[in-house]
Write a protein that binds this ligand. Structure first.
Ligand SMILES: [Zn+2]
Ligand SMILES: [Zn+2]
Length: 263
């Protein structure tokens, strides 16, 4: 099963009624591995929930970290919880998602920057790659990552990439991978596809970010990991490759970055 969904949120209530079916459908579609990202209020149990899901399913890994939306909720207690989870479970393979979101500004920007910086340091100490969420914050994201991660060889991934070509190249220069989600398939996403076409496949990952960003032709429905194939199909067209080849390349990139056994 050559495909990996490198970023999904299937631990949440959206999937309570049919989670096992969703996982089974992913496997039937050829998506053998998923990285489930725990996100939300650190006191809500969301991180524990994500780790439990990964502990229960051999096909699912977990990541934990305080999202930029929730940066204002980050404190010593949240830090301790994250460090404990990282230590407790071998299934936690990344710290994230962390970063900056200047589109929604759910937390004050100075707080977002400080909490991003702090979690980059924690990830580095824990020797984990990071999953970075960056929206309308290209310059600050690159500046903080280059200050905090210089010389770190497990950098991470820019998830659901939506920045500029120079930003993608700067991130790759810092050792990052670039991950594309279902929005790559959107009709209006010509500019994003143009960026994806110019980046080396050896640095690309694919993801759903489900339940959000359902790809064409399923828009309007809840998204799920099986749909990552549509993003792979789009990349295959952009790079003139076979679909299977895109699966193999992006899966290889995934295992290399997160240090997990080959699929
Ligand atoms: Zn995100
Ligand atoms: Zn996400």
């Amino acid at each position: 099963m050559p495909f990996v969904d490198s970023h999904c949120h299937i631990d949440g209530p959206e999937y309570d009624a049919d989670r096992d079916d969703v996982i089974a459908r992913a496997r039937e579609a050829g998506v053998g591995t998923m990285l489930n990202v725990g996100t939300g209020d650190p006191n809500s149990g969301a991180f524990e929930r994500a780790v439990t899901l990964a502990d229960e399913h051999p096909a699912i890994y977990a990541a934990v970290g305080v999202h930029p939306h929730d940066a204002k909720l980050f404190n010593d207690l949240a830090e301790k919880l994250l460090l404990d989870l990282v230590k407790q479970s071998k299934r936690v393979v990344a710290w994230g998602e962390i970063g900056l979101d200047y589109h929604y500004d759910h937390s004050p920007r100075d707080v977002q920057r400080e909490v991003f910086r702090q979690q980059l340091r924690l990830a580095r100490e824990a020797n984990l790659p990071v999953i970075v969420h960056s929206r309308e914050a290209d310059e600050d994201t690159i500046r903080i990552m280059s200050e905090e991660l210089s010389g770190y060889d497990r950098a991470g991934v820019m998830h659901c990439f939506g920045g500029s070509l120079p930003m993608a190249r700067a991130a790759i220069g810092l050792g990052f991978y670039i991950s594309f989600a279902g929005n790559l398939t959107f009709k209006k996403a010509e500019e994003l596809r143009d960026i994806a076409r110019q980046l080396p496949l050896s640095r690309l990952l694919i993801e759903t970010d489900c339940p959000y960003l359902t790809p064409v032709p399923y828009r309007g429905k809840r998204n799920e990991p099986a749909r990552v194939i549509e993003t792979a199909r789009c990349l295959a067209e952009l790079h003139g490759k076979e679909l299977e080849e895109i699966g193999q390349i992006t899966s290889g990139n995934f295992t290399r970055l997160f240090g997990v056994p080959p699929l």
